[in-house]
Design a protein around this ligand. Sequence first.
Ligand code: BES
Ligand code: MN
Ligand code: ZN
Length: 515
Amino acid sequence: MSSSPTLPPQASPPEFAVTATRPHALAGVDVIALPVLQGDDAAAPVLGPGADELEELLGVDLLAVLEGDRATGKVGELTVLPTPLGAPDNADLRQVLLVGLGSAGADDFRRAGATLAKAVLDRDAVATTITAVDPEVGLQQFVVGMSLGAFSFVLKKEPAGPAPAARVVLGGMADGDRAALERAVAIAGASWRARTLAWVPSNLKSPAWLAEQATALGSEAGLDVTVWDEQKLAREGFGGVLAVGRASPTPPRLIRLDYRPSRRSRRTKPVVLVGKGITFDTGGLSIKPGEAMVNMKRDMTGGAVVMSVMAALAAVGCPVPVVGLVPAAENSIGGDAMRPGDVVRHYGGRTTEVTNTDAEGRLVLADAMAWAVAHLDPAVVVDVATLTGAIKVALGQQVGGVFANDDALADALLTSGTATGEPLWRFPLASVYEDRLSSRVADADNAGSGPGAIIAALFLQHFAGDVPWAHLDLASTGDAPADSYELAKGPTGFGARLLLDWLGSPEPLAGVRAS
Ligand code: BES
Ligand code: MN
Ligand code: ZN
């Protein structure tokens, strides 16, 4: 019998609905949450929609309740008004929550959602008018916050602790908000899924397991899924993926997922997403010290993001075909491990001298990118990877790095990152450092000295050919150092929201150079 735990069912995000009705008039809800906006300067806080009706119904002065709590309306604030006897038309009502919404900006909605999520664990039904304050700015952000704020991943013997609220009703909304809600739920769900995959421990999460997850989510979302096993990878010349995965008892895979939009000519070139799928990174023979290895189960975050995004493309109405590729391997140690000094031959023939086996991500990405450029005629390639410690030194843990050989593509990703609370900063593909890649024996060295994140990006650029390409180095944001609003300490699944915002926009390729 295997000692690996199997993955027990995990909690899922709440179900959301929109209605024109305001919360006071909804039967069967156990919590009503109303927004509180921060007053200007020292002015008193302002109650949002639905407050008047509720005050009348309950016979309370909610502003006085806020005042009694010294509440100001700032984000993160929560005032609890117990209603143990229920309300006249709703015997189930147990609490009214007054939730700080600050100045009702996009980040405020997301954070108010996360604050509320943690306050209503285990509740059956929560009704709120928070999104009615500004559906345009707030709906998606609130749904993302309210979903991810209650995220958990547990493998305990006893049944897991508190679960997210089962149902959330967004009151005071218009019928037209229903489509936006569907989009928001898809984005939040993809982020949740990417995070779950990244949390799964590596004694369970082999490359083959990841491929099984891809097959399952593919059939659920109507995507074609193809998986290369180690024999097929060998026959076709994927030298980087094979070298990285060679010492692991769980052999490598290459996973392909295909999305086709319902209305578009079959000839439109695809967007190709490539996600780093290292299911555990020991560093290989250039082994990492113990502390640096602790978080390396989530070195497949890029792959998890690509898989989760693929599954949500239809729901966000992505207008272009998209192919997702996840080269998956465990970077392990053993007698047959890839050695420093080994030369690997990538798909298509380019060679790399491996001077550091811990620079493994670029070796697997290179194969997948080369294959995509040779076979898919991509409109753009975007790779997503927890690639370098250097990006974390440069940006800290709250901003991701983006490199691109096309300005419109970079701008689109930067804009989506800001809009979704997954901010990026653009770094240069500085050709002055190109000489650092040189090797005496091979076409490149995998770990040239110099500015680490830039050197890694320059290495990858050779595999993008002439195709417009962006590289997301998310080693900085793949892990949250502490609980904070929608982030729980640990793997974040960062990248899913921004990619879905971009690919769900009306013209994701607007302004991008023709390939
Ligand atoms: N998976 C790591 C990058 C990483 C570091 C992710 C910290 C998350 C947190 C990657 O494979 C790696 O080890 N990169 C090396 C490259 C170096 C040997 C050129 C690094 O950044 O130290
Ligand atoms: Mn590594
Ligand atoms: Zn790695």
